[in-house]
Design a protein around this ligand. Structure first.
Ligand code: G3P
Ligand code: MG
Length: 243
């Protein structure tokens, strides 16, 4: 079972910052996950929420702020004073950390609340420019954008995100030509998980922070987990037969 650092090493570092991704880049794990939004002036930035309020010293929506306004914000201090000065990164800055590594790069497009017209093409242009297509997975709770990506860029891996227990999920994924199911982890243990496994569709589960679930999820056929604490699962891997 593969380990993906969720928002970087977000348990120990401020989520979705270069500090969190630098730490992840140094770990023996298979992948990382990050969240992308679009600024008012069309820049791709890595942050989870639509609002900057929770993870920075600013207030307001990313979509209403220019990159210059966003880059003034402190995205580290909320996690601890030693992280003061961390910024909301450009997507390009985060990807740059991984150009010489083997990590799988899961870019989550946060277009499910605000549609961010043109964001998917911008992400793809950057991924192609940086020659990361083979290691990239583009996922979203916005299934319209998953369908768009699968149709416009059939060679790119996509992930359909859901928090729900879905019925006939494999059929739905085939309809969208999506490559994988990215699911809230307890749902992987339901009939839905069994159906995905039987259909040979990769299941990736979020957000798994308790290592006692690892064996159960591996048995359910989960290909990868997203975790805020990759270190815990690396330790577990070294003492178990998990692959
Ligand atoms: O991509 C997996 C996971 O990150 C989805 O949920 O809210 O943490 O972005 P969220
Ligand atoms: Mg995410």
């Amino acid at each position: 079972m593969k380990i993906f650092a969720h928002r970087g090493c977000s348990g120990a570092y401020p989520e979705n910052t270069l500090a969190a991704f630098r730490a992840a880049s140094e770990l023996p794990i298979e992948g990382i996950e990050l969240d992308v939004h679009l600024t008012k002036d069309g820049e791709l930035v890595v942050i989870h929420d639509e609002l900057v309020d929770r993870t920075t010293d600013g207030t307001g929506f990313v979509k209403d702020m220019t990159i210059d306004q966003l880059r003034l914000l402190d995205a580290g201090s909320w996690k601890g004073s030693r992280f003061e000065g961390e910024r909301i990164p450009f997507l390009s800055e985060v990807l740059e950390l991984f150009t010489e590594t083997q990590h799988i790069l899961n870019i989550e497009l946060k277009s499910d609340i605000f549609p961010y017209p043109g964001m998917a093409d911008k992400v793809m242009a950057l991924v192609q420019f940086m020659e990361l297509e083979e290691r990239a997975i583009l996922s979203s709770f916005d299934h319209e954008v998953v369908r768009y990506l699968s149709s416009e860029y059939p060679h790119i891996q996509t992930g359909c995100l859901t928090m729900e227990v879905m019925v006939d999920f494999p059929d739905y994924l085939k309809k969208l030509s999506a490559s994988a199911a990215h699911v809230l982890f307890p749902t992987a243990l339901r009939q839905m998980g069994q159906e995905l496994k039987a259909a040979g569709i990769p299941i990736r589960a979020f957000t798994v922070n308790d290592e006692s679930y690892a064996d159960l999820l591996a048995q359910a056929g989960v290909e990868a987990i997203f975790t805020d604490y990759p270190e815990r699962f690396i330790q577990q891997k070294s003492v178990s037969s998990l692959e």
